[in-house]
Design a protein around this ligand. Structure first.
Ligand code: SAH
Length: 505
């Protein structure tokens, strides 16, 4: 029996977190994903890497290729036994031609399921602060295509009822036909003063809202060259936006911020900035890789019971150290005799994941903080293991040796830089549209300079606000000629996000 199936999945209006759980489940088991222009590409991350990804906005070199071609593609792929996800912007059954795709699948005897999505009108409503219905204002809403009747003499829309019914009217695909449709509503009896809002790229960081009336909105849209894709909301409810808008009121709304971190680590910090409304460009400047040789770390691991202290100054150090312990067939019990010092709450959390409670977590999240804490103890003759990054500062080994300790500091991981900047980041820098860049360690700034060349980096960052996580990173910035504008009191990602927010507030 043919196991092929097509899931028609609504991707939601743009914000990638507005897809349904069921939609994500389908993507996770997809062997083929056929996606549209309006479906956020970031959603493809839910599909297995091995899944074939087909952009259906452009097949055979043509834009918006025929619906027939898409239908045949779905039939062919599922007919060959594949699990196919047809990912469509918004909801598949709202102006999405999902109905036609299902008909074609049914005719070809192919199984399908439909997963609803947040349609653009509903997304635009929520993110612009315009409720589509309201007890005191209107009790009905109509979703209407703005293109209807374009090629026909007669329209199937009952403009009289639509205009005089008093309900909210939402046009999809109505920007190129905006003037004509607004005029029609007036001609059919709706007051020219009725408020209208256009919401472009709703629910995304590029969301734009333009407000006017039936009489004025087309001129306003022309004045600012307002472009599709956008939703047009007509009705008294639009007036509620002044009171209810929230999305575009967030402190970092409209700010473009570059986050320079390792690809694996960027997500968490980016999310903090995005939650405050920023458009985040992730620019990985660090790749963490194994040391050139494990010899020294292995030697230390074999002698673990002889150490009094193990010092780990980053979550990465913890991860690489435990990975190596595992590779040589050992586990956390090998640390039974040692006391553990970690720097910073993240590192402490990481080591707790391995079942270990740190003995010492200095209040100051820097190497100097570690040194100060050890200065209170009698370190004479103590053996200290400090598995570190290849480019780590030597403050800890140097100062502990001065206290009479014996310190081994084998390399546990190397920090190298990727070959090039992501094209979106470079493009934004060239266009001078970046507001702020964040550095979360010395390596991030040093690696960026190495990737771009110092001179080009300084030139491209002219006028860009520089945010550094703490004094050491700031010094590395200044050493390279960058002026630091933001440095939080405490060197944590949360504090850095708060400091960036405060700067732009
Ligand atoms: N099936 C989709 C609609 C597809 S028709 C849905 O349910 O949302 C395409 C139209 O949808 C566009 O012309 C525009 O009017 C609207 N649209 C889709 N995504 C949008 C977005 N993020 N912001 C504003 N309008 C959007």
């Amino acid at each position: 029996m043919n196991s092929g199936i097509v899931y028609l999945v609504g991707a939601g209006p743009g914000d990638p977190s507005l897809i349904t759980l069921r939609g994500v489940e389908c993507l996770q088991k997809a062997e083929v994903v056929v996606y549209d222009y309006l479906a956020n590409e970031q959603l493809l991350c839910h599909a297995p890497e091995s899944a074939e990804r087909i952009y259906a906005g452009k097949i055979g070199g043509r834009h918006n290729q025929g619906q027939d071609e898409i239908n045949s593609l779905l039939v062919d792929k599922a007919g060959a036994g594949k699990v196919v996800v047809r990912l469509k912007g918004g909801d598949p059954f709202v102006f999405g031609r999902g109905g036609e795709e299902c008909e074609a699948l049914r005719d070809a005897g192919i199984s399908f399921e439909v997963v609803p999505g947040v349609t653009a009108a509903v997304g635009a409503s929520a993110y612009s602060g315009i409720p589509l219905t309201h007890r005191d204002v209107t009790a009905s809403v109509a979703f209407v295509t703005g293109q209807e009747g374009k090629d026909k003499q007669e329209s199937n829309i009952d403009w009289d009822r639509l205009s005089l019914g008093g309900g909210t009217v939402v046009f999809y695909m109505g920007i190129t036909t905006l003037r004509r449709n607004m005029q029609r509503m007036i001609e059919h009896g709706r007051s020219p003063d009725t408020p209208v809002a256009l919401v472009r790229w709703a629910t995304t960081p590029c969301q734009q809202v333009l407000v006017g009336t039936l009489a004025t909105i087309a001129d306003r849209a022309d004045e600012c060259c307002f472009k599709p894709p956008a939703i047009t909301i007509v009705g008294e409810v639009v007036a509620l936006r002044e009171k209810l808008k929230w999305f575009d009121k967030r402190t970092l709304c409209g700010k473009k911020i570059i986050v320079t971190r390792s690809a694996e680590q960027a997500g968490e910090f980016s999310a903090k900035l995005a939650a405050r409304g920023a458009t985040v460009l992730e620019c990985p400047t660090i790749r963490l890789v194994e040391p050139e040789s494990w010899q020294l770390l292995d030697l230390a691991i074999r002698e673990l019971p002889s150490y009094d202290w193990v010092v780990l100054t980053s979550a990465n150090a913890v991860r690489f150290f435990f990975q190596r312990l595992d590779s040589v067939g050992m586990d956390a019990r090998a640390l039974g005799n040692c006391r553990i010092c970690v720097v910073g709450p993240k590192t402490a959390d990481e080591i707790r994941m391995f079942g270990i409670k740190p003995d010492l977590v200095p209040g100051d999240y820097k190497a100097e903080g570690v040194v100060d804490e050890f200065a209170r103890l009698d370190m004479q003759g103590s053996r200290v293991l400090f598995p570190r990054a290849d480019k780590a500062r030597d403050v800890i080994p140097r100062e502990l040796k001065k206290m009479g300790a014996h310190v081994d500091s084998p390399v546990a991981y190397r920090n190298i830089f990727p070959d090039r900047l992501p094209p979106e980041t470079l493009f934004a820098l060239e266009k001078r549209s970046v507001d702020c860049i964040t550095f979360t360690s010395s390596s991030t700034v040093q690696n960026l300079a190495a990737m771009m060349g110092e001179e080009l980096m300084l030139d491209m960052l002219k006028g860009v606000v520089v945010a550094s996580i703490g004094p050491i990173t700031s010094k590395s910035c200044r050493d390279l000629g960058l002026k630091v504008d933001i440095e939080p009191e405490s060197s944590t990602l949360d504090s850095l996000a708060e400091a960036v927010e405060a700067h732009f507030a």
